[in-house]
Design a protein. Structure first.
Length: 410
């Protein structure tokens, strides 16, 4: 009745080997709110015990400092990096740097010694005081910045100062890459040093008077004085006005008087004016000395593309002027040339079309240089020193001359 079913051979089960894949997710930093509790020494940023959880804040952290006892928080060294800062306490950064990625709000003051603020937008209710050699790097500061007497501030990498800038006596202000700064809004600027480099621009729109000020523009930097009518040298040290490198400019084109150098008891000082390696210095007005005791001004123009703007110069007195590798320099309005030493070299040409007389002037043309006085009818030497008229021929140079119309001679 029943049919017998034979046992069938069992099939072996085959298992397929599978490779399990793991997907890597991007790394993420967890942002934390780090709060000051003052559990350490109560003032040092770098004392971990001063922070809740005894952990120093890092680059991804939002920092809050609010203490009833109002301590001054101090950073003395190292690179401290945070995401943002809200502080009701003053900061005193004497060394190292504080880097902020976002915003920094300080309802007090910030003091910068030989230290840097890097990045961030800063709102400091009582402003920033510079008490050393400080740097503002890629920051935006919306409040006042004061550089104390004899101290230095460098502003660089597109940093922006939106508040009032005050420079103390003998202080130094340097502007670096991608920076445009406005000078202090004062009529007189004295006893300071201004430097603009790497395409930076320092514009001093309100300044009409400069006293004992050193100006240095390099690598395309510009220092501009559209309203300045007076420049006076220093009685205690030499002063320098220098533009070096293509695109570098110092604009003093509206001066009425440049009284260079100075003297103090038996010490005499000079003002050095240099346009070098393609730099441009613009001058105007009467160029002379700051008192009879001052050394002569020293003006040097050298290098391909260098320029000295003298079109609006009316008088030249007490000045050594040396020009090389410059096609032509014409003093179109200079009617008076006295107590000067003029040197034209390497094919350069100095021309004074209005000067009718020369007094105490030494002249030297060399290597094909020319000094031209087409209207001069008289030459008077010096009662206290020799004067020189010299033509110097270098090898392979056929002509060096001090020229004026043949009918008059010199």
């Amino acid at each position: 009745m029943f049919r017998r079913i034979k046992n069938r051979p069992r099939k072996k089960l085959q298992f397929q080997k599978r490779r399990h894949m793991m997907e890597c997710l991007e790394s993420r930093l967890l942002m934390a709110n780090i709060v000051w509790d003052g559990g350490g020494d109560g003032t040092s940023w770098t004392d971990a015990r001063n922070w809740l959880g005894d952990t120093l804040p890092g680059a991804s952290d939002d920092v809050t400092i609010d203490v009833a006892t109002n301590p001054t928080i101090r950073i003395a060294s190292g690179v401290q990096s945070i995401r943002s800062l809200v502080s009701n306490e003053a900061l005193n950064i004497t060394g190292g740097s504080l880097r902020v990625a976002g915003t920094a709000e300080v309802d007090s003051s910030v003091t910068l010694g030989s230290a840097s603020l890097v990045g961030g937008t800063w709102d400091v209710s009582e402003g920033i005081q510079v008490t050393g050699t400080a740097t503002l790097d890629a920051v935006t500061v919306n409040n006042d910045v004061t550089v104390q007497d004899g101290k230095s501030l460098t502003v660089q990498n597109a940093a922006v100062l939106n508040g009032k800038l005050t420079l103390g006596a003998n202080s130094n202000l340097s502007a670096g890459a991608q920076v445009t700064l406005a000078c202090p809004a004062v009529p007189a600027l004295s006893n300071v040093n201004l430097t603009a480099a790497d395409g930076a621009v320092i514009s001093c729109d309100s300044v009409t008077t400069l006293i004992n000020v050193n100006l240095n523009a390099s690598s395309g930097g510009q220092i501009l004085f559209p309203a300045a009518i007076s420049y006076t040298g220093g009685n205690y040290a030499d002063t320098t006005i220098q533009a070096s490198g293509a695109g570098s400019v110092i604009d003093l084109a509206h001066l009425q008087v440049l009284a260079g150098g100075g003297s103090n008891n038996n010490y005499r000082y000079a003002t050095h004016i240099k346009a070098l390696a393609g730099g441009n210095v613009e001058l105007a007005g009467t160029i002379g000395r700051n008192g009879s005791g001052a050394k002569w001004n020293d003006i040097q123009v050298s290098g391909v593309g260098s320029k000295l703007g003298v079109r609006e110069v009316t008088n030249l007195d007490g000045t050594n002027l040396a020009v090389t590798i410059l096609p032509s320099l014409i003093f179109e309005k200079a009617a008076v040339v006295t107590a000067a030493s003029l040197n034209a070299g390497m094919g350069s040409k100095l021309e004074f079309p209005l000067a009718t007389s020369l007094t105490s002037v030494s002249l030297m043309a060399s290597d094909g240089g020319q000094i031209v006085f087409p209207a001069t009818t008289s030459y008077t030497g010096d009662n206290y020193a020799d004067t020189t008229t010299c033509i110097s021929l270098a090898p392979r140079v056929r002509r060096g001359r001090i020229a004026r119309p043949p009918a008059y001679g010199l």
